[in-house]
Design a protein around this ligand. Structure first.
Ligand code: PLP
Length: 394
């Protein structure tokens, strides 16, 4: 016998994966040039040069047993120190090596953090639209995820609804900015409003409510838009960072958890993070990749390519008459479906070769997500299909 819940999770493919698989099959039937796959958030911009240079240098010059051997469970000390120093320099914090726990990406950072905080059946809150795996990760710890509905006008946070969602059982809030799937960056005003509520509610209930900042897209912002660093607004912040998108390394699985230097019971929370990492088997993140990110702390991929893609697809779809949320970051465009049921709309798009994801998966029915981390050429070729799609509704 086996665990039914795990069996279910392993048997149902996510809508996104389903679409991706459909796209591969369809390309064989009608030709790859007639399938416009906007389903996955897989970076198409190569990792910056320093990544390959660091790998070559490490493989050539570092002792092989040390390079490929176990590091400390929480990650190599020098790597953690370098990351802490970089955060301090960039955001004016006072972190040290023991504020950092190396992980296999943001997914693991979130699972470890939730496991470390949840005392049993605690509640966590997030804001729609949101990354659907938050539900899976939270429920795997025995907790529940409460979702604040979307703020239709600008996709920031509806602070009235947010305040209503917090109660005595709330252990933490998961926030993701730049946001997957909307591409929106939460403004400083939003963050100040939200953290003021958390401060008041923590006092009212007599326990901290932790702010978990899920940051795989932190470096992917366009123009002079700033992404507020949440530790600088709220003491009880835990950052779940990943290099999957910022260095275009999603398959290499590397990221970290950073605890604020002002976190209440910081040493105990760090011990709980180490314990959760141990209980989940998430110890000693890939040693080579730890060293690579240490050498590439200041690097970012060529986000100019993403910006060009964003401008092309956003401007063109708006000119055709689509309602699109303006994305300041990440590589997603969130578009209003042309009928109430976004699933039906996406099915009609599919007939034209356009693979886009219904927003229901992200807690935003009536919308759909377009991942524009694809070639500029594919976006250009897809535009007549988007035009045909909107015209079919007229
Ligand atoms: N959080 C968000 C919002 C994401 O979009 C993703 C991946 O797409 C993750 C977490 C997981 O990222 P990682 O590949 O670092 O585990």
């Amino acid at each position: 016998m086996y665990n039914k819940k795990m069996h279910h999770l392993g048997s149902v493919r996510s809508v996104i994966r389903e679409l991706f698989e459909f796209g591969k099959k369809r390309a064989q039937e009608v030709g790859a040039d007639k399938v416009y796959d906007f389903s996955l958030g897989n970076p198409n911009v190569p990792a910056p040069d320093c990544v390959n240079e660091a790998i070559k240098d490490l493989v050539t010059n570092m002792d092989s047993c040390a390079l490929h051997g176990y590091t400390s469970a929480q990650g190599d000390f020098n790597v953690r120190k370098a990351i802490a120093d970089y955060i301090n320099e960039r955001f004016g914090r006072k972190l040290n090596a023991d504020s950092i726990y190396m992980t296999v990406g943001a997914a693991a950072s979130l699972c470890i953090t939730l496991r470390a905080l949840n005392e049993g059946n605690d509640e966590f809150v997030t804001v729609a639209p949101f990354f659907p795996e938050y539900t899976v990760f939270t429920e795997a710890t025995g907790g529940t995820l409460k979702v604040v509905p979307i703020k239709q006008d600008d996709f920031q946070v509806d602070l009235v609804e947010f305040e209503k969602a917090i109660n005595a059982r709330t252990k933490g809030v998961i926030l993701n900015s730049p946001n997957n799937p909307s591409g929106v960056v939460y403004t400083e005003d939003t963050i100040k409003g939200l953290t003021a509520i958390l401060d008041n509610k923590s006092k009212e209930y007599g326990h901290p409510i932790y702010l978990i900042s899920d940051e795989p897209y932190r470096e992917l912002v366009y123009g002079d838009v700033k992404v507020p660093y949440l530790m600088n607004y709220y003491d009880n912040t835990i950052v779940c960072y990943s290099y999957s998108k910022s260095l275009s390394l999603p398959g290499e699985r590397i990221g970290y958890i950073a605890l604020s230097d002002k976190l209440q019971e910081e040493r105990d929370i760090y011990a709980a993070v180490c314990g959760a990492g141990r209980a989940l088997g998430y110890v000693c993140a890939p040693s080579l990749m730890q060293r690579v990110v240490e050498k590439c702390l200041r690097a970012t991929p060529d986000i100019e390519q993403y910006r060009k893609n964003r401008d092309l697809i956003y401007d063109t779809l708006c000119s055709y008459g689509y309602t699109c949320i303006h994305p300041d970051g990440a590589f997603y465009l969130f578009v209003k479906a042309l009928e109430d049921d976004a699933n039906k709309f996406c099915d009609r798009a599919k007939q034209l070769g356009l693979l886009i994801v219904p927003g229901d998966t992200f807690g935003a029915p009536g919308y759909c997500r377009i991942s524009y981390c694809v070639s500029y050429d594919m976006i250009k070729r897809s535009l007549p299909a988007f035009k045909e799609l909107i015209e079919s509704y007229k």
